[in-house]
Write a protein that binds this ligand. Structure first.
Ligand code: FAD
Length: 421
């Protein structure tokens, strides 16, 4: 191949970056592959950090994307614990590390992911206020939850999104007292809407979680660096020894912005604008994973997807595009979650306001069902809860955009496959 003298640089060693490196080699790229990440750990997968790993049921070794020796074996030049702080698009270099090392790129992939939003309230810097994004955060939180469980301690979780709820489940399994504070009227409101959010509220209440909906945290009260309580804007004070801020993430666009790359509007979820080939406004720079805002023809909008499958598939798609292969990144968004004995998968995209009907197939009360979000009779999204091996059928319905009979959709006796072409 003529690419032996080419250098491809990947910034960000999360799942998207690591999978892109793997794909470059799998596709036969023989040039230099340089992967730079500000974390000290080898690239790892984050979902276990709020589930099995947090619960102490999964070993540390199980979270890594590749075993450490894989990188040398595949001639991937790994620079861990090093931050890329500038891109010079004219010179085609990136600068990284304390000594400002410059490295030339022929193609560059930005897989910088996202970072947790911080609570902008008094007390947010107290030692007992936590975030969960990194392995080190999970290690710390694991110790905190175990201690709270031992001592009947109390954690207040700000945010009833996926991470807030998964940590609530883990905290209850450790035996900690849990209060979840959420400004919206139901958990997961922005993803599931009010109809289905209540299924998760019930699940957690049955396991002893207290919810405070429709209120916000206004202050974390502390003494000598320790958390004592958390206050909400209705004037209530909630006992707390620790607080988890699980109020969402922001895409890490600083580097792209400083380099003058086009960014998406905040109203559209922000992120680095890419085309369907995951190419940014600079044709030699691609972006993938949580940080990328890509056009999705099926949903008629730009999407920035903060989920595992998008990093798993987007990194390789970007790598193939960097190599000049034909790529159209149009996967149906997919994610999963596990809480207590409930597992779910969600395919599609149907935020509140985008659908006009919710159809349930099965028994939502028993948490054994599939929910479909429809617009004018067409399926926009589907979520299977404790029902398995239906993702392909659900995604086919979403892709085909055919008008389906809601009664047939709701009837478990009608095979889902029979509703698509
Ligand atoms: C606790 C937790 C649980 C999750 N559970 C689920 C789940 O159950 N299901 C699901 O679908 N999704 C889940 N997710 C989301 C999923 O993990 C993310 O979508 C995925 O990690 C995104 O991968 P990424 O490679 O795009 O970004 P990241 O994983 O964020 O990786 C980006 C990396 O780049 C580094 N970086 C950023 N800027 C620079 C720079 N300038 N220089 C050097 N390095 C830099 C970052 O430190 C980071 O290591 C979970 C996330 C978390 C945090």
């Amino acid at each position: 191949m003529v690419d032996a003298d080419q250098t491809y640089v990947i910034v960000g060693g999360g799942l998207a970056g690591a999978k892109a490196a793997e794909t470059l080699r799998a596709e036969g790229f023989t040039g230099r592959v340089i992967l730079i990440c500000d974390e000290r750990d080898h690239p790892y997968e984050r979902p276990p950090l709020s589930k099995g790993y947090l619960l102490g049921k999964e070993e540390r070794d199980s979270v890594f994307v590749h075993e450490p020796a894989w990188y040398a074996r595949n001639d991937i030049e790994l620079h861990l614990g090093q931050t890329v702080d500038a891109i010079d698009r004219a010179a085609k270099t990136v600068r990284f590390g304390d000594d400002g090392t410059l490295v030339h790129y022929d193609k560059l992939l930005l897989a910088t992911g996202a970072e947790p939003r911080r609570l902008d309230i008094p007390g947010t810097d107290l030692a007992g206020v936590h975030h969960l994004r990194r392995l080190a955060h999970a290690d710390r939180l694991k110790g905190v939850l175990a201690a709270l469980g031992r001592d009947n301690g109390h954690i207040v979780i700000a945010g009833a999104g996926w991470i807030g709820l998964e940590v609530a489940a883990a905290a209850r399994e450790y035996g900690a007292e849990v209060t979840v504070v959420e400004p919206e009227p139901t958990p997961l409101h922005g993803v599931l809407g009010p109809e289905l959010g209540n299924v998760f509220a019930e699940l957690h209440r049955e396991h002893g979680v207290r919810f405070r909906f429709g209120v916000r945290l206004t202050e974390i009260v502390g003494q000598d660096g320790m958390v004592l309580a958390a206050r909400t804007d209705d004037g209530d004070e909630h006992p707390a020894h620790d607080v988890l801020a699980a109020i969402g993430v922001a895409p890490r666009v600083g580097l792209a912005e400083a380099a003058g790359l086009e960014l998406a509007d905040r109203a559209q979820g922000g992120g680095i604008v890419v085309d369907a080939r995951l190419r940014t406004s600079d044709p030699d720079i691609h972006a993938a994973g949580d940080v990328a805002s890509f056009p999705h023809e099926l949903f008629g909008t730009r999407l920035r997807v903060e989920h595992w499958a998008n990093a798993l598939n987007g990194g390789p798609a970007a790598a193939r595009a960097m190599l000049g292969r034909e790529v159209t990144y149009d996967r149906v968004p997919y994610f999963f979650s596990d809480q207590y004995d409930v597992g779910m998968e969600y395919s599609g995209w149907a935020p509140p306001g985008s659908y006009d009907e919710v159809v349930i197939r099965g028994d939502a009360g028993k948490r054994h069902f599939i929910a479909f979000w429809l617009k004018e009779g067409r399926v926009l999204a589907g979520m299977n809860v404790n029902v398995w091996d239906v993702t392909d059928a659900i995604q086919r319905l979403i892709r085909e955009q055919r008008v389906v009979d809601p009664e047939a959709l709701a009837d478990p006796a009608v095979a889902l496959e029979s509703l698509s072409a």
